[in-house]
Design a protein around this ligand. Structure first.
Ligand code: IMP
Ligand code: MG
Length: 190
């Protein structure tokens, strides 16, 4: 049996979790499958993968290493504010948009929730950047009614409507470095 040693950091983080949804191994296996699917689909095409900072960073790093094709990697940085559940805006934190002229684009994020973030970015790319196509890849997709019409083309896992952390996903900037994905105990989501 494989023995897995836990670091003090992991112990501290695990202690705060109500449950683990996806282990490090499950995530790795699924990301490999997604990389294989993208490799098949974009063979011979000019591909640019654009991640949304900061949540998409870990997924990006792992996924692009499983895409066996030449590609360009870029990023966009946004902030989403949600006043009430029914309204929200996305602000771009940069002036320069990635150069996507004549490129097939995969826009990548950690999680698809309301869809506002991905819808806003895709719209801006299509309007301003002249890409050949824009598809969406997310590690997680929440089963909720989307506020904006966005469906992802590549999905790692479906999750229920609960707040998850780890593998890039944060609560107040914390927990991104947790190698697995889990749900925090209620006392830690305050
Ligand atoms: P959307 O615009 O509502 O789809 O929100 C997407 C963004 O909200 C993601 O990029 C995440 O940063 C954040 N988000 C949504 N759900 C969760 C969650 O369960 N845990 C951590 N961040 C989340
Ligand atoms: Mg995010």
């Amino acid at each position: 049996m494989a023995t897995e040693s836990t670091s003090p950091l992991e112990e501290r983080l695990h202690e705060r979790l109500e449950k683990v949804l996806f282990s490090q191994e499950e995530i790795r296996d699924r990301v490999i499958q997604m990389g294989e699917a993208i490799t098949r689909e974009y063979s011979g095409e000019p591909l640019t993968v654009v991640m949304i900072l900061q949540g998409g960073a870990l997924f990006m790093a792992d996924l692009i290493r499983e895409i066996q094709l030449p590609l360009k990697a870029d990023s966009v940085s946004v902030e989403s504010y949600e006043g009430t559940e029914s309204s929200g805006t996305v602000t771009f934190l940069q002036n320069r948009m990635p150069n996507l002229d004549g490129r097939h684009v995969i826009l990548l994020d950690d999680i698809l929730d309301t869809g506002r973030t991905l819808a806003a970015i895709r719209q801006k790319f299509e309007k301003e950047c002249n890409p050949l196509s824009v598809k969406i890849a997310v590690l997680l997709s929440k089963k909720v009614d989307r506020a904006e019409f966005v469906e992802a083309d590549y999905i790692g896992f479906e999750v229920g409507n609960e707040f998850v952390v780890g593998y890039g996903l944060d609560f107040n900037g914390e927990y991104r470095n947790l190698p697995l994905i889990g749900v925090l105990k209620p006392e830690y989501i305050r």
